[in-house]
Design a protein around this ligand. Structure first.
Ligand SMILES: CC(C)(COP(=O)(O)OP(=O)(O)OC[C@H]1O[C@@H](n2cnc3c(N)ncnc32)[C@H](O)[C@@H]1OP(=O)(O)O)[C@@H](O)C(=O)NCCC(=O)NCCS
Length: 213
């Protein structure tokens, strides 16, 4: 099992906790309702059988995915967090490609229900998870890959001050094709007091009328 897993993290009404079996119906409902919002940004194996969005988001599929993600967590390769606001699952932060040794790095993916978009839920959730990874889990680096045309996600990494590391051409298979991605990263030395602390401080420095909440 990965050190630091399972864990529950929270700040300002945003709770990040392990996905669990009883999330199946809510996850299926949110993901199905948000097809147009999520599909352009979702990776999938190019060899996966063609299937409708609905059939890929049934409660039964969630149960299978959860088993797979629990195996990954036991093997120390990843973690699947639910994001909760007001005690409802509204999104996910997924840690994958967790590599130890000389690299000590992992990649983060995230999404949120369109109904709660624009309230800073994901930046807070990502900051909580990054601090957990760079702290108790003991990683040195966390990476986020974003499609150049995903403006909301580029805002997330910008707000968090993640460093741009460059462009990977035809990097991930998304929505039926290999898509270029911009890579952003943070290393432990960048955030001696933590990413959440730095993010909150940067918001204090922003004139209040520019806050979106
Ligand atoms: C990217 C995403 C996770 C951001 O989450 P969030 O909690 O809304 O993040 P924020 O509240 O910081 O908003 C980020 C930006 O999204 C944009 N935004 C806000 N509400 C929006 C809405 N309803 N529709 C479209 N864009 C919106 C704004 O530009 C905002 O920046 P601002 O705060 O400077 O105005 C979310 O848009 C999402 O789930 N998108 C679909 C899946 C996805 O793209 N995942 C990431 C793949 S790399």
């Amino acid at each position: 099992m990965t050190p630091g897993w399972p864990v529950v993290l929270s700040h300002g009404g945003v709770v990040v906790r392990p996905l669990r079996l009883r999330d199946a119906r809510r996850w299926s409902e949110v993901r199905t309702r948000n097809r147009r919002w999520l599909q352009p940004w979702e990776g999938a194996s190019p060899s996966a059988q063609p299937a409708t969005w609905e059939s890929r988001h049934s409660p039964a599929v969630f149960t299978a995915l959860l088993s797979q993600q629990r195996r990954e967590a036991r093997a120390g390769r990843g973690m699947a967090f639910a994001i909760e606001v007001e005690e409802r699952l509204v999104g996910q932060v997924t840690v994958s490609g967790l590599v130890r040794g000389a690299f000590e790095s992992a990649t983060l993916g995230y999404w949120v229900d369109r109904d709660v978009a624009g309230r800073g839920v994901v930046p807070t959730a990502v900051a909580l998870v990054v601090d957990h990874l760079l702290g108790p889990v003991g990683l040195h680096r966390v990476q986020v890959d974003v499609r150049p045309d995903n403006a909301p996600s580029l805002r997330v990494v910008e707000k968090l001050g993640l460093r741009p590391e460059g462009r990977h051409e035809r990097y991930l298979f998304i929505d039926g094709a290999w898509r270029d991605h911009l890579t952003f990263a943070v290393v432990a030395e960048d955030v001696p007091q933590g990413l959440l602390h730095r993010y909150l401080r940067s918001r204090e420095d922003t004139p209040p009328h520019l806050h979106q909440e």
